[in-house]
Design a protein around this ligand. Structure first.
Ligand code: G3P
Ligand code: CA
Length: 242
């Protein structure tokens, strides 16, 4: 089995993470999965950003949940990375879905639902509804979250949803849900996984975030389902060698 290369937040080595520029850079390579992070604004819009707050990746301050989309769109999400990206704006999930349709995307989209710190009531229903409004049949959507309650809510709303549990340490709940096939993949922190790789079914595992060539090589050799990485080109090159 060929290990899938998962572009973590687009191509964050080459362009500001989770922006259009970052996604375009990643999609220029033959990646298998594009990973994004989703939060909810004050006016109930699904936006693509990693942190709960805008401070690290924009020229603004404060939490996404306390801002409207209009307020967020006034911020510069690129200059922190390089002045040449000063036009990068926050992206709505729906904008990305439009782009993927336009380019005939046929791989997988991995959506991380960031309900770890704030619950964002209603985010799961809004996500499922938004996805249903777009023609996503050409590609597969996988929802992932550290918050198992979020995954279970999505499972109730969409019986055929592909769900992946993110974790630092596995719990009995995660192992039971994967045994029952409610969770179809497990995405562990690689620091935990590397020494205990054989405890879990390889075809279900996509460790994150793996940028070290030795670790990537090991994952490829073990034929794990995927590797979530910032080092797209390195991982693609290493895969050719295996
Ligand atoms: O895809 C898994 C990984 O993205 C989880 O960690 O913090 O980069 O969202 P984080
Ligand atoms: Ca993520």
């Amino acid at each position: 089995m060929l290990t899938e290369i998962v572009a973590h937040r687009g191509y964050p080595k080459k362009a500001p993470e989770n922006t259009l520029a970052s996604f375009k850079k990643a999609l220029a390579f033959s990646i298998d999965i594009l990973e994004i992070d989703v939060h909810l604004t004050k006016d109930q819009q699904l936006v693509i950003i990693h942190d709960e707050a805008v401070d690290r990746t924009s020229n603004g301050h404060g939490f996404v949940k306390d801002k409207t989309l209009e307020e967020l769109l006034k911020l510069d999400f690129g200059s922190w990375f390089s002045p040449k990206y000063n036009d990068e704006k926050i992206m709505c999930l729906s904008e990305l879905l439009v782009l993927l349709k336009k380019i005939n995307f046929s791989k997988k989209l991995l959506i991380e639902v960031k309900t770890d710190h704030f619950a964002y009531p209603g985010i799961e229903a809004l996500l499922v509804k938004t996805i249903a409004q777009f023609d996503t049949h050409k590609y597969q959507i996988i929802y992932q979250s550290f918050n198992i309650a979020t995954l279970l809510k999505i499972a109730k709303l969409d019986k055929s949803a592909n769900l992946a549990a993110l974790f630092f340490y596995p719990t009995w709940q995660i192992l039971c849900l994967s045994k029952k096939n409610l969770i179809t993949a497990i995405h562990p922190d690689n620091r935990w996984l590397i020494n205990r790789i054989f405890w879990l079914k390889p075809s279900m595992i996509r460790p994150w975030k793996v940028n070290d060539p030795q670790k990537i090589r090991k994952i490829l050799k073990c034929q794990l389902a995927g590797v979530i990485t910032d080092e797209i080109e390195l991982a693609l090159d290493l895969r050719k060698e295996i």
